[in-house]
Write a new protein. Structure first.
Length: 561
């Protein structure tokens, strides 16, 4: 099928009375709405649906595809904003439903759907966070607010029980056995998708995490752009609840976008996969790309059964301490994956040496040039400026912004004109601002969000500090060095692939604060030492970047699809 254009977006449906749509939707709101309608057009092929759209406050994340959108049983559906009729352009499938599909088939029987698209006003606030319901979690929440480094210590102790999955091979998934007697899907059957018509548009299915700020997300968006520029239609699924602040970015222009809200579970029968089978029979899907999307990982074996020989690529960045994270998920479905793209030598070694993935399936292709304009790498001298220390990244648990703030607090006791910049958005942004205020550091720490280009901060910085609790190889590390700015980092993930031992600090938050403060004071005293650190890091970076970049490699892959 050839998509329609609705609200400027590729659509798998037509609106019967377009005048029923509001005329004040932003690009972000339009893409969320069209994405929700795309999902329901695929789930009700050939049918006409009445869709009720609801307004809501900042506490309500978009409800677009989850199970409640079929029956309206959600507190998000309280204040109806408008109602519109849409006609699905997806062709119905002629087949007998399996017995296992009974529960999934009940959801779409009604011709009424319910969706909530959050307005852009919500982007001014932090995303809603789950309120702890038990006494222990409430106590930990208070501890985190008042003494974040002690909270970090306790969390690290809890993570020790997950180390087994990091140092031992992950079990591989046996998909067929799951549907046999005694398997987790016993009683279901694997029903492969029928072929697409000969004139179906050529497409690539991409599974992303969400449409939000982040180094990993910048690369995911780049893959969408590459697919589109290769003349293929990107069909982009996400599977993490979000307000999707980045859904209006230009990389998604021309893509069929379906941002999930979770749980999208009951409507999808294991072994049948109602949504993806509708995509596979409507489009000539030439390849699949998975980028931190667990929902799609879980369906790769079924896609291979439906389209034997289809290229399937996954791209991972970071081994999570809690069982491996997405690289662990990737390894578990290795039998369905054609190639594993990794961004650092350390992650490549973990895949091959620890997880026993065949070396020929692992592709090391580093990132670079995604957040700052390429330029000749030259050391940025200090001159008469105050020594400026930068943090660039999401205000999120993983990035440990509290360690940076505590380091700034420690250095503020010295009689030196240190200047600190914290650049980024995230679900902890308000908490970060509160912590800065509680330490009396408003005059020492400059706060910036993503509306300021990263170039601006790097142009001012004399050193970048990476304080993360866990990391892959950060994009900001590569681009700071390319910008002439040396980096000091916690010794996590693949940072040691670039950062020398003298610029690494322990991961433990208390020791990290002490060591960061000491090393930054030393660099403030010794400009030649700072220059030499940059030279060492630049040499390591040039060696890594002598490999084909992720963009170059992926362009070559897609050109063959």
């Amino acid at each position: 099928m050839t998509p329609e254009i609705v609200l400027g977006q590729p659509a798998l449906f037509r609106v019967i009375h377009p005048e029923a749509l509001p005329d004040d939707l932003s690009d972000r709101e339009s893409r969320l709405l069209v994405g929700a309608f795309n999902f329901h057009a695929l789930m009700a092929p050939g049918r006409t649906l009445t869709v009720n759209a609801y307004d809501g406050g900042g506490e309500s994340l978009p409800r677009l595809t989850d199970d409640a959108t079929f029956d309206g049983h959600s507190r998000a559906f309280r204040r109806r904003e408008f109602t519109v009729e849409i006609e699905s352009g997806v062709s119905p499938e002629e087949r007998e439903a399996t017995a296992a599909e009974a529960s999934a088939a009940r959801l779409p029987v009604s011709d009424v759907r319910h969706v909530h698209v959050s307005r852009d006003d919500v982007l001014r606030y932090d995303p809603p966070r789950r309120v702890p319901s038990d006494g222990v979690r409430k106590m930990l929440s208070v501890l985190r607010a008042k003494w974040p480094l002690i909270y970090d210590d306790l969390r690290d102790l809890e993570l020790l029980r997950h180390r087994k999955g990091l140092v031992n091979p992950q079990p591989r998934r046996n998909y067929e056995a799951e549907f046999m007697e005694g398997g987790i899907h016993a009683g279901n059957e694997i029903v492969v998708a029928e072929s697409a018509s000969g004139d179906a548009p050529r497409a690539v299915l991409l599974g992303l995490h969400w449409f939000e700020l982040g180094g990993a997300e910048r690369w995911a968006f780049e893959t969408v752009r590459i697919v589109r520029d290769a003349g293929l239609l990107p069909i982009v699924l996400t599977n993490r609840d979000s307000h999707h602040a980045w859904i209006a970015r230009s990389e998604l222009d021309g893509a069929v976008v379906i941002p999930f809200s979770e749980p999208t579970v009951a409507s999808q029968t294991p072994g049948v996969e109602e949504l993806i089978r509708a995509i596979l029979r409507s489009f000539d899907v030439r390849g699949v790309v998975v980028h931190h999307n667990q929902w799609l990982y879980d369906r790769l074996h079924w896609i291979v059964a439906s389209r034997p020989g289809i290229p399937i690529i996954d791209s991972t960045h970071i081994v999570e301490y809690r069982g491996g994270g997405y690289p662990g998920s990737s390894v578990m479905v290795d039998g369905a994956i054609t190639k594993h793209h990794v961004i650092s030598p350390s992650l490549a070694r973990w895949m091959i040496d620890v997880q026993e993935v065949p070396a020929e399936k692992v592709v090391l292709a580093p990132l670079g040039g995604l957040t700052v304009a390429p330029k000749d790498a030259r050391f940025r001298p200090r001159g008469d400026e105050p020594f400026t220390v930068a943090f660039i990244g999401r205000m999120a648990r993983q990035k440990a912004p509290e360690v940076f703030i505590e380091t700034a607090k420690s250095l503020s006791r010295l009689d030196r004109p240190f200047r600190f910049v914290m650049h980024g958005d995230g679900d902890m942004a308000t908490w970060v601002d509160d912590l800065i205020r509680s330490h009396g550091l408003e005059g020492r720490i400059v706060r910036r969000d993503s509306s300021t280009p990263v170039d601006v901060t790097l142009d001012e910085a004399h050193v970048l500090v990476v304080t993360s609790h866990n990391e892959g190889l950060t994009l900001t590390t590569l681009e700071a060095i390319a910008h002439g700015v040396p980096v000091i980092s916690t010794d996590v993930g693949a940072q040691s692939d670039i950062i020398p031992s003298e610029a690494l600090v322990p991961r433990n938050p208390h020791r990290a604060v002490r060591e960061l403060a000491r090393k930054l004071a030393e660099l403030d005293d010794d400009e030649e030492r700072r220059h030499e650190l940059w030279r060492v890091e630049r040499k390591a970076e040039k060696h890594l970047l002598s490999l084909p970049s992720a963009t170059e490699w992926f362009e070559g892959e897609v050109s063959a699809w």
